[in-house]
Each structure stands twice: as structure tokens, then as C-alpha cells.
Design a protein around this ligand. Structure first.
Ligand code: 3HC
Length: 708
């Protein structure tokens, strides 16, 4: 295999380039590590070389870390520990190299890539948006295993290091420089020169002086054993509050950092490698890695065979300036940088929508994701009207009007009148079949569903729903544009409820049944959060809106019968105007947008006092199995093309616990035979809504699974 490392010596500085042949990103494979070691030996011996400047040969990527495919192939903790120790050994050689090494970072510098940069003696990064530095290992269920748990706290202090390691968050160049992760921040055009100059200065004896900020308090917290104990305790509390003990990696990483700072660098490395070994073979890590690879696969998948190239969308029309419309408009401007024209019935509504859309762009500035200059440019992309002015040049129009077939068909007719022949019409319906909407179309082949989730700026999923008449180019266009908006796009079948609402409905309904049986609202939510969901089912109902949930349930009941009949609780709350967060009251109370605990009036409204209800295990079993059963049934009906799509959509759509791999992966883990057995028993006791579906029954008979 061709070498990944090459170098040339310029004015006594070896300019080393890492460029893994045939791969889109650089990875620190075992082979690359060996090359590094050999290169260091050669350069160390070369009397002409006084320093090293290290760069990536990839256009917009530095090094994406260790090769994930390599560590998932290991079968024992001992083997994974050796892998980690090997990486540490290589980076120790870098850190101890007798000649100074400066590194120039442009593009993703993640995991082992950042650990390598940390071992170098000087770091220069570009201020380009593609440059991000971080240790995302906990997101793969492992910890930084090439010395990251040792070097980062020594560079930044325990608090700042833990903040990065325990969240797996990455930082853009500017912030990385501000927190001290890199020594210099430069525009890409001068990265090479500045890095070379640093290597040269160091070769002449200059050493960087790094001062940590934070004052006396910072010194106490990071610099004294007592202060650090407080830091660890707070970090542990934060981890448990978000992971509920379901993810072992962050706690292990905390242990690695604390151990290393207490017992010294060498002992710390050893402990780090041991913990890495243990984590790498856990089921949680395997699941998270599967999700990583599934997500990268999906990025390239347009959901149809031989997808034609997408239409280039430069101008977007958005009809309906309500919460969803504004979310779509703002996200499209902020993420995709397209010209957005909003339209609603009257100007005050349009103005409201524009304000809400602009707030999304403002938020990017507040979070320093964009510069002031970019902000001004993006805000200028947003415009609106009470008529269809500007739609004559739209490439794509998304409607987000009231969820009513007649209204949507009317909008479609109007849009077809004003847009060019080739424009795409996308409906953001959450329940109405696209084919029904398209019945009103003159160009049904240009009609598609783009189902965004609320709030659009934050929710990562997009369901793309072609009808049987939709042209392949329209599918590619919707998927490609969804991706430009930063969404994970999954193509699903035009079937009532599509995928996400279809499998959520029975889960929500079951939650309402459980409330009626006397389970307390807060207890129900608590149990499902502990099981791994980001919020419990009742909080989710409040977020989605009780009216929306009731409407969706109505559509699903009409399509699938009583199995998906809405529990009566929805109607009771909707009648009372308790629509959820947006109304300031639902099951919970909201004051100035903040959730304030369960409303005591709920028990009376539902006519049941909380009495504990069934056992906790049964509550979880009912909620989970009813969803898995519906998911399996929908797979049988071809709603998603692959189990991968179904699992990713559930994870990104409503936060199905990633460490369980998704509903279909979880069904495989439990086994169809066991599922069928448990569902049958629940059906006997509680009703036909639990009757095991044909797909699971067939799997139980044949021993088949969703995944090979
Ligand atoms: N290992 C193996 N494959 C990787 C990889 C890695 N670390 N990083 C990226 N890839 C692969 C992807 O699977 C994809 O493969 P494919 O072309 O065969 O489908 C290809 O590289 C391109 O990746 P993307 O499609 O994701 O490209 P993007 O440009 O969208 O994103 C990226 C690039 C930001 C680097 C993103 O790929 C990413 O986040 N990678 C993972 C980073 C990571 O988690 N690193 C930590 C690794 S673990 C580690 O370092 C342990 C150490 O502490 C010992």
C-alpha cells in the first residue's frame, strides 16, 4: 500500500504531509502509526532537519482520529487495551521528539487527530468553518485512548478538559484558540507559513509560554487536589443527569482524568488504556459505532436507485409563516444560505414569521457560529410578502400551512400558477398522504413531502416522502436540500403517519392509557427518561402539542382502525385548551416558556388519582413493546426501505435511546420469539392493541432478524 506520510526538507524544517491514499479523510490506522514512528526515527537522525512542520494533505480535513473500523474489529478488552497503548506509545515519541514539531490544522481534527496535535509542541489552526477540534470518543462509547485524558487536562486545566472530553463536543478554530487548545489562529492562506515559522523559531530555541486564564478561583479549582475534587464531583453530577447511568464512557473518562492528575502521567496513561480496553468491547460502544457508520452511509444515500443529480436550489419559497414555516425559512437561510421568500395571508403574519426566522440566524451569531458579516448577509436573504411576489423564480417551495387537505390543495394550485415548470412543491404535512395532496396538482411528479420536526432549527431529522408519481429528480432535490439544511434525511413511504408519527402514536396512546390506570405523570416521564429517552412521553406530548397529537391519532385511527385509537385523555385536554407548551399549559404548567411541574388539575380532569398503577417494569414493557410492534409492522409494510433508516429516524426524530441502537436493533436484541410471547400475554390481559404483528410472528417462526 502507498505511504500516507511524505516530507521534504526546507530551510532545515521537515514539512511532513499526512495523506492516507484512497480515503476521504486521514485516519491513524496501525499502518499510519508505524509510518509515523519510522518517519520520526529517520528525521531524528537527519542532521539537516532541525524541526518539523506537520500538515494534512486532504483539502478540508486534518485527521479524523483513530480508525474506528479497526477498534470495532477487536474481540477482547486486552486487545483493545494494546491498541490504545500502541497509540499512546507513538504519541509519546512525538511529544519526546528531540526536535520541535509544529502542527498546522485545517479541517476536522478529532479524537486521535487532536491527541496527535496535543503531543506536538505548537499548534496553529485556521479560522475556517471546516476546522473543528474535539475528542468525540464518548459519543462512540469509548474514551480518548491515545493520551488525550492526560494531555488535555495538563494543557487546559481539569475543568475545561473535562468539559470537552465528557461531552465529546468539538470547537471551531476561533473558540479552540480562545480556550487555549491551539496557540495561534490564522486564515487558511497563511497556515503553512505561520506553522513553518513556529517550527523554525522553536528550532532556534524559542519556547511558547502558555498562560491559563481563570484567576485565583481557577487556580484553586484546577490546581489543588481539594479544588479538583469539587470539579470531579460537579462533573459526575452533570454526567449522571444526562446519561442516567446508561453510558459508561463519560464516567470512565472522568476516572481516567482524575487518576492521571493524581498519580502522574505514566500511571495515568496505563489506566487510560485499561479503561479504553474495557469500554471498546461494551455493547453500548458497539451500538454507537454502528450508528456512526449508518449515519455516514445515509449521508450518501438518496433513498432511490440510481438517483439523478438534484436540482440546484437557490431560491426557496415558504408558504405559511407560522412556527414551522418560520423555522424552515430561518434554518434554510442560516444553514443553506439560500434566498428565502415567505408568504402568508396578511403582512402582520408575514412580519411575525420573518422575525421568528431571523431569530434563528441571530442565535447562530450569539453562539458565535457565524461572524457579524455573515449574519448581515444571511439576514438579508429573508424576505416576505402577503402575495406570491418572488415565487416566479423559486426552485423549491415548502408549504407549512394548516394541516387540512383542502387548504393544502388550494395552496398547491396557487403555487403551480406562480412558479416555473421545474419548481418542486414540498408539503410539510405530518399526516396527510402526499398522493392525496397531489391529486390537485397539474404536475404531480413535482410534488413531494418534506416533513420537518419541531423546532426545525434544532431537530435533526427530515422525512422525505415521495408519492408514487413523484419524479426521481424531485426526490434527489428534496434529500439534497434537506442535507444542506443540516438534516439527516430519510426517504419513507407515502403511508399514513409516515414512519416517525406512526411508531410514536401507539407509544403516546399507551402513555395515556397508563395515566388512566393511575400512573403519575411525572413518574411516567421519569421512567422513560431513565430508560434512555431525552424526555418522557408526556413531556413529548406537551412539546408536540395535544391538538397535533389528537389530529395525528385521528388520521392513524382512520387508516389502521382501533389499534391506533387515541386514548380519551387527549380530547379532554384539547377541549380545555391545554394544548401543551405553546399554550402555556398541557399536562405540565409553563411560565414564561419554562416548564414548572405537573399541573395539579390534571388528576381531576382525567378523573383518576395517581395510585402508582402497574409496576415500573410493566410500564416500561408496555410502552416499549407497543412501539417495537408497530415499528415491525411498518417495516413489513415497507414504510422504511431498510432497518437502518428506521432506526436512525427514530433516534434523530424523537431520541430513541442511541445506546439501544434504535427500535429495530432493540427488537433484534430482545428476539422476535420473546417479543411475540410477551406481546401475546399483554394482548390477552389488556386488549388487541398488543397483538403481535405478522412481521414479528414470522420472524419468531423462522428465526429471522431485521439485521443480518
Ligand atoms: N474511522 C474510520 N472511518 C472514518 C473515520 C474514523 N475515525 N472518520 C471518518 N471516517 C470515514 C467515514 O465512515 C466515511 O467513510 P465512507 O466514505 O466509506 O462512507 C468517510 O470517512 C468520510 O466521512 P464522512 O462522510 O463523515 O465525511 P464528512 O466530511 O461529512 O465528515 C468527519 C468528516 C467530521 C471527520 C466525520 O467523518 C467524523 O466525525 N468522523 C469521526 C470522528 C471521530 O469520531 N473520531 C474519533 C475516532 S476514535 C479515536 O480517535 C480513538 C482514539 O482516542 C484512540
Amino acid at each position: 500500500m502507498a505511504a500516507a506520510l511524505s516530507w521534504e526538507v526546507r530551510d532545515a524544517i521537515a514539512v511532513v504531509t499526512v495523506d492516507l491514499p484512497g480515503e476521504p479523510v486521514n485516519k491513524l490506522t496501525r499502518a499510519v502509526q508505524e509510518e509515523f514512528i519510522a518517519a520520526l526515527e529517520t528525521l531524528g537522525r537527519d542532521p539537516e532537519v532541525r524541526g518539523v512542520a506537520l500538515f494534512s494533505g486532504k483539502r478540508d480535513a486534518f485527521i479524523a482520529g483513530a480508525d474506528i473500523a479497526e477498534f470495532v474489529a477487536v474481540t477482547s478488552a486486552a486487545e483493545a487495551e494494546r491498541l490504545s497503548a500502541g497509540g499512546q506509545d507513538m504519541l509519546e515519541r512525538v511529544a519526546r521528539f528531540a526536535k520541535p514539531i509544529a502542527v498546522g490544522i485545517h479541517g476536522a481534527c478529532l479524537g486521535g487527530g487532536l491527541e496527535l496535535a496535543l503531543a506536538c509542541h505548537y499548534r496553529v489552526a485556521t479560522d475556517h468553518p471546516k476546522t473543528e477540534l474535539g475528542l468525540p470518543e464518548v459519543q462512540l462509547g469509548i474514551l480518548p485512548g491515545a493520551g488525550g485524558c492526560e494531555r488535555l487536562p495538563r494543557l487546559l486545566g481539569a475543568r475545561a478538559a473535562l468539559d470537552l472530553i465528557l461531552t465529546g463536543r468539538s470547537e471551531r478554530g476561533t473558540r479552540a484558540w480562545r480556550v487555549g487548545l491551539v496557540d495561534e489562529l490564522v486564515p487558511p492562506s497563511i497556515l503553512r507559513d505561520v506553522t513553518l515559522a513556529a517550527a523554525r523559531r522553536m528550532a532556534d530555541g524559542w519556547r511558547p509560554r502558555r498562560r491559563r486564564r481563570g484567576g485565583v478561583l481557577g487556580w484553586i479549582l484546577d490546581g489543588t487536589p481539594l479544588g479538583r475534587r469539587l470539579v470531579y464531583r460537579a462533573a459526575r453530577r452533570r454526567v449522571l443527569a444526562t446519561t442516567h447511568g446508561n453510558y459508561p464512557a463519560p464516567l470512565a473518562a472522568l476516572d481516567a482524568v482524575a487518576y492521571g492528575l493524581r498519580h502522574g502521567f505514566a500511571a495515568g496513561l496505563k489506566h487510560e488504556a485499561q479503561l479504553f480496553g474495557q469500554l471498546a468491547v461494551t455493547d453500548v460502544s458497539r451500538k454507537l459505532v454502528q450508528i456512526f457508520f449508518a449515519t455516514t452511509q445515509l449521508k450518501k444515500d438518496f433513498g432511490i436507485r440510481e438517483p439523478p443529480p438534484p436540482r440546484d436550489v437557490r431560491r426557496l419559497g415558504v408558504v405559511g409563516a407560522g412556527f414551522m414555516g418560520a423555522g424552515i425559512a430561518g434554518t434554510a437561510a442560516a444553514q443553506a444560505g439560500v434566498d428565502v421568500r415567505m408568504k402568508d395571508a396578511d403582512l402582520p403574519r408575514v412580519a411575525q414569521g420573518l422575525l421568528a426566522a431571523r431569530a434563528i440566524v441571530d442565535e447562530r451569531l450569539r453562539r458565535r457560529r457565524i461572524t457579524r458579516f455573515e449574519h448581515t448577509r444571511l439576514v438579508a436573504l429573508l424576505s416576505g410578502d402577503a402575495r406570491y411576489g418572488g415565487f416566479g423564480r423559486a426552485d423549491l417551495v415548502v408549504e407549512a400551512v394548516f394541516e387540512d387537505l383542502a387548504v393544502k390543495q388550494q395552496v398547491l394550485r396557487e403555487i403551480e400558477e406562480v412558479t416555473p415548470e421545474g419548481a418542486v412543491f414540498a408539503s410539510n404535512t405530518s399526516t396527510i398522504p402526499i398522493a392525496r395532496i397531489a391529486q390537485a396538482a397539474r404536475r404531480p411528479e413535482r410534488v413531494i413531502g418534506m416533513h420537518f420536526f419541531s423546532p426545525v432549527a434544532r431537530m435533526p431529522l427530515l422525512e422525505v416522502i415521495p408519492s408514487e408519481h413523484t419524479a426521481p429528480e424531485v426526490v434527489s432535490t428534496a434529500v439534497a436540500f434537506g442535507r444542506r439544511m443540516g438534516k439527516t434525511a430519510v426517504v419513507v413511504r407515502d403511508h399514513p403517519g409516515f414512519w416517525v408519527n406512526r411508531i410514536l402514536a401507539p407509544y403516546m396512546n399507551e402513555a395515556a392509557h397508563l395515566l388512566a390506570e393511575g400512573v403519575a405523570v411525572a413518574e411516567l416521564d421519569r421512567l422513560m427518561v431513565a430508560w434512555g429517552f431525552p424526555v418522557g412521553p408526556i413531556t413529548l406530548l406537551d412539546e408536540v402539542g395535544l391538538d397535533v397529537a389528537e389530529k395525528a391519532a385521528g388520521v392513524l385511527q382512520a387508516a389502521f382502525g382501533d389499534r391506533l385509537a387515541a386514548a380519551p385523555a387527549f380530547a379532554v385536554l384539547v377541549k380545555e385548551g391545554r394544548l401543551g407548551r405553546k399554550a402555556g399549559r398541557g399536562f405540565y404548567r409553563y411560565v414564561a416558556g419554562k416548564k414548572r411541574g405537573v399541573d395539579p388539575a390534571i388528576s381531576e380532569l382525567l378523573g383518576v388519582q395517581p395510585n402508582g398503577g402497574p409496576r415500573a417494569a410493566e410500564i416500561i414493557q408496555r410502552l416499549v413493546l407497543v412501539m417495537l410492534n408497530e415499528a415491525a409492522r411498518a417495516v413489513g409494510e415497507g414504510v422504511v426501505r431498510t432497518p437502518r433508516d428506521g432506526d436512525l429516524a427514530a433516534i434523530f426524530g424523537f431520541g430513541f435511546p442511541p445506546f439501544r441502537g434504535g427500535p429495530l436493533r432493540h427488537a433484534d436484541d430482545l428476539g422476535a420469539a420473546r417479543l411475540v410471547d410477551e406481546l401475546a400475554r399483554l394482548a390477552e390481559r389488556l386488549g388487541a392493541r398488543f397483538a403481535p404483528c405478522d412481521t414479528l410472528a414470522e420472524q419468531a417462526r423462522s428465526g429471522a432478524k431485521f439485521y443480518p
